[in-house]
Design a protein around this ligand. Structure first.
Ligand SMILES: [Zn+2]
Length: 129
């Protein structure tokens, strides 16, 4: 008796460009691509035929010295990409990160808080052994 492949094939497309893809994965998953239709921002593909709108959401607050800010080809800071479907929406958020020096962390008390949290995590790990 021969085995039967039960892994579904999903065809993906983008409503904003010509990108197409196919995946074979049994678990829930998504496909991302750098979308020329959205100014080069990382955006999800959607199952082919799905009625939806995929749009980049521009960051509205001031851009500082955070790391990981994504800019589109027009120089706009993009904070998320939203997929609007008939039954709801999904949002992929591009969260930047703040940075500080070790001295700033020590002076603000943040370093002490983080050391205490790491100590508690290590204790929990050791109890689990
Ligand atoms: Zn695209």
């Amino acid at each position: 008796m021969r085995g039967v492949a039960l892994t579904p094939r999903v065809r993906w497309s983008c409503p904003n460009c010509d990108c197409r893809s196919t995946s074979r994965e049994a678990r829930p998953h998504s496909q991302m691509h750098t979308c020329p239709g959205l100014g080069g921002i990382l955006a999800p593909l959607v199952p082919e035929g799905m009625r939806c709108k995929v749009e980049a959401i521009e960051r509205e607050d001031a851009v500082g010295s955070e790391q990981g800010i994504r800019f589109d080809e027009h120089g706009r800071a993009i904070m998320a990409v939203r997929t609007m479907r008939d039954d709801g929406y999904d949002t992929a958020v591009f969260a930047p990160s703040a940075t500080m020096t070790r001295d700033e962390a020590e002076d603000s008390g943040l370093a002490r808080v983080l050391r205490e949290r790491m100590r508690r995590i290590q204790e929990a790990v050791n109890r689990g052994r």
